[in-house]
Structure formats: C-alpha cells, structure tokens
Design a protein around this ligand. Structure first.
Ligand code: ZN
Length: 78
C-alpha cells in the first residue's frame, strides 16, 4: 500500500475532520486524518487554549446525532 504525496492533490469536501473541545467549541480541519497524521499535525489548539487531538474527533453523523439528542450524548472514556 503506497501513498505518495501528490502535489496536485486537492482537498475535497468529503475530507473533513471535526474536533470537539470540552469548552463546546469545535475545530474544523480540512483534509483526511491520514494526511494530518503523515504531517505529524495531531495537536490543535482551541481558542480557549485547550489542546485537541484526533481523539477528540467527531464524525458528522455523531455530530448530527448529538445535535438531535441534545445532551444525551456520552463522552467515551469518562
Ligand atoms: Zn476550547
């Protein structure tokens, strides 16, 4: 499985990560998780100063679900 980095590769709308902070803010990253990992960009800073990682990632289905559930969403590992 080879994955050369193509310089002409464009970021598609489908390549999107959302990290959720404990303060309630969300960071939206454009690109694939693999791209961020390959660049060793795995820590991101929220405006509140909290460091977010890929572990804080939401997928949009969860996001949509949690929006519908309004507080019924449980944070795993807590
Ligand atoms: Zn925050």
């Amino acid at each position: 499985m080879e994955g050369p980095i193509e310089s002409d590769k464009t970021v598609e709308c489908s390549g999107r990560l959302i990290l959720e902070c404990g303060c309630g803010d969300r960071l939206t990253l454009l690109g694939l998780k693999e791209d961020w990992l390959s660049e060793e960009r795995t820590n991101f800073e929220c405006e509140c100063g909290q460091t977010l990682t890929m572990a804080d990632r939401l997928n949009e289905e969860v996001l949509e679900f949690s929006r519908l559930m309004r507080g019924a969403y449980k944070v795993p590992g807590s």
